[in-house]
Design a protein around this ligand. Sequence first.
Ligand code: SF4
Length: 173
Amino acid sequence: MTLPEMRADCGQCAALCCVGPAFDRSSRFALSKANGTPCPNLGPDDACTIHAHLEARGFGGCVQFDCLGAGQHVVQNLFDGKSWRDDPALAPRMFETFRVMRQIFEALQLLQVAADLPLSASQRQELEQLQGRLWPDPAWSEVQVNAYEKSDLPEAVTAFLRSLRDSVQRPAD
Ligand code: SF4
């Protein structure tokens, strides 16, 4: 099984994180915006017009955000490289798929960290089964991604990770 690289490649994306999620004005964001609404700092070329000054301009939340590669995966592999700019009807579908795909990538990342622990054979087998379900072959379809949250998979990942907390011994200080 070849897992995704889990690194954002914004040049292969369509600024999904600058449009899809809502955020509230706070210490992390200098303004509020609704979900599905482009950030006013987003340029027409999908580049952030204040990228070099995000912290100074009050957008530390953007600096901290990491889609782990979910953005370009959604654009390139689920929407054939299209952008929400191409077709307004695509926009809600792309943003919703991105929202859920990011959860899938987060779960994959947590399992990747767990894979470095000294697991028993059965724990490793369970981990690999979960990785296989999170990164299936054939790959996720849009419909399948959007059914993820209601499936047993998120809870199965959480339960597995919780079980490691009790069974994996911490190294002595
Ligand atoms: S969603 Fe990810 S890949 Fe797309 S612009 Fe945002 S950080 Fe970059």
